[in-house]
Design a protein around this ligand. Structure first.
Ligand code: SF4
Length: 288
């Protein structure tokens, strides 16, 4: 099993994960311990995956290990397994009525982990193309757009031609962005370059920590993504308030992954509690 259904942050969406953090070790083996070649200084100090698995499901860590092992060993087998599982699990969500309002199945890549090599990103392009026309909506956030950092990381783990590889990875991400069923955000933070000053980043959606380099962005309301849907549909730039110290201590009025249908039921039953949650978040973001 490589795909997990839901967590309390994204709600009942399908997700695929890889090991978090910068690769450690040598050559391709290095990715077994971390798949984020564009990991920034902020990431290394604050990654939200450090103290929490990408799902409450105990099988999620096992799935993450299998995903990196299979994708490193045999990308064709990885692609086939992912397509098979997406079809199976997507059908299950459709049958239980747990899809988005337009009937589509949301798929989040890399709650932890990132596009770690061009061939891996190319495989996702193939998967997305193969499933085009079916009701899947993919979305994710990546730091692999930061070519200099990716090349530096590749050089550190002794891959040949690090600069060329980093450029190839970027080209793959550019290609993924053009697909209607895939929303790709450039993840940014204060320890990374200003993407608005980079011509190659023109037109990218941005997801920043506490601010975005782009002027206009919304603050993530931290409700289940399947209820909010802003990023799933790629509606615009978004910023996240630093979660590790600030947002997490607020108890969420929901404790399990929710589908849009289940969210609507909960919202009716617990409107006051949810309003209190959102008000508390806003206070944290804009202290009096
Ligand atoms: S803005 Fe909405 S869709 Fe995006 S991460 Fe936050 S809750 Fe999820």
């Amino acid at each position: 099993m490589l795909i997990i259904i839901g967590n309390t942050k994204i709600g009942k969406a399908l997700h695929v994960n890889l090991p978090l953090g910068a690769p450690r070790g040598l050559k391709f083996e290095a990715f077994i311990s971390g798949t984020c070649p564009g990991a920034s200084l902020w990431c290394l100090e604050n990654c939200y995956g450090i103290d929490r698995p990408p799902s409450e499901d105990p099988e999620s860590l096992e799935a993450l290990k299998k995903a990196i092992e299979l994708s490193l060993r045999d990308l064709k087998a990885f692609k086939e397994a992912i397509v098979r599982e997406l079809l199976d699990k997507g059908r299950a969500l459709e049958e239980s009525g747990d899809t988005l309002d337009d009937g589509s199945v949301p798929v989040r890549l890399h709650i932890v982990g990132d596009f770690y090599l061009p061939d891996y990103a190319r495989t996702w392009l193939d998967i997305v193309d193969e499933l085009r026309g079916l009701k899947f909506r993919f979305w994710t956030y990546t730091k692999s757009w930061w070519m200099e950092k990716v090349a530096e990381t590749y050089a550190k783990i002794r891959l040949s031609n690090p600069k060329v590889l980093a450029e190839e990875l970027f080209d793959m991400l550019q290609e993924l962005r053009t697909r209607n069923n895939f929303k790709l955000y450039a993840s940014t933070d204060k320890t990374m370059p200003d993407i608005t000053k980079r011509p190659e980043m023109r037109g990218w959606l941005e997801a920043g920590i506490e601010f975005t380099y782009n002027e206009k962005s919304i603050t993530c309301p931290e409700i289940p993504c399947v209820a909010c849907k802003y990023c799933i549909y790629g509606k615009g730039h978004v910023k996240f308030m630093e979660r590790r110290n600030k947002v997490r201590p607020i108890p969420k009025p929901w404790k399990t992954p929710l589908s849009p249908r289940e969210w609507r039921i909960l919202l009716k039953a617990k409107r006051e509690e949810i309003e209190w949650y959102i008000k508390s978040l806003k206070l944290l973001q804009n202290p009096l």
